[in-house]
Design a protein around this ligand. Structure first.
Ligand SMILES: Nc1nc2c(c(=O)[nH]1)N[C@H]1C(S)=C(S)[C@@H](COP(=O)(O)O)O[C@H]1N2
Ligand SMILES: [Mo]
Length: 205
């Protein structure tokens, strides 16, 4: 993925807003940092369980990137620091059959990401946002940040990473959102029947 300067290039269909709009499709969990554990399993030779301290000890990345939600708002220059996803994957020794990653959250939310997107250089497990621990409503203590994908792939309150060999829907994908969700390709919805899917979701609420 080519590097785009902060705020300079606005992806098609997006506009900048001043601050994050909090999305919590389920609830906002409270996490006791001493009890927090991140499980890394599925198609790996070395399943691992990491504490928050383990992640802090592995921090290797710090950058600012624009954040893009599929509902068309973007936030300019959000600073993140954390651990490269590839470092975690290497520690777990991902098997060659793995092609997708499923992220599981403490609120019950899930989202799948193609392994090749998760493995890019600036794909990280963030533990700080704008120089501070991630605020509770923004996903404390850990969320993946994969800048080339829409915000719904940034799973807040992350607690499990599973490597899998076949695509499965997560929370929003079930309702018709795109399997990959690349911002620059404007992959908002699956196929061409998204309008139908969207209407049926709204009717439910
Ligand atoms: N666990 C969880 N993660 C989530 C969501 C959610 O509802 N639950 N919403 C997603 C969506 S749609 C977006 S745009 C971003 C929003 O991040 P924010 O709430 O920090 O603004 O979180 C994503 N991660
Ligand atoms: Mo979103």
């Amino acid at each position: 993925m080519e590097d785009r300067e902060i705020g300079k290039e606005v992806p098609k269909g997006q506009r900048f807003v001043r601050d994050f709009i909090i999305y919590a499709a389920m609830t906002i969990p409270t996490v006791n940092i001493d009890e927090y554990r991140l499980t890394v399993d599925g198609l790996v030779d070395n399943p691992i369980i990491l504490s928050f301290q383990d992640l802090e000890d592995m921090v290797d990345s710090d950058y600012s990137k624009d954040f893009h939600c599929v509902t068309k708002w973007s936030v300019k220059g959000v600073q993140w620091s954390g651990v490269k996803f590839s470092a975690i994957a290497n520690k777990a020794k991902v098997k060659s059959e793995a092609t997708w990653v499923m992220f599981y959250c403490l609120d019950g939310y899930t989202t799948p990401v193609p392994l090749e997107d998760a493995m890019v250089q600036d794909s990280i497990l963030a533990i700080e946002m704008n120089g501070l621990p991630i605020p509770r409503e923004n996903g404390f203590p850990v969320r993946p940040v994969i800048p080339q994908l829409y915000g719904w792939k940034s799973a807040k309150w992350l607690h499990r990473i599973e490597f899998i060999s076949e695509y499965r829907d997560g929370y929003w994908e079930f309702y018709g959102y795109h399997e990959r969700g690349n911002v620059w390709e404007e992959e908002r919805f699956k196929g061409s029947d998204w309008k139908k899917i969207k209407r049926s979701v709204f009717r439910k609420e």
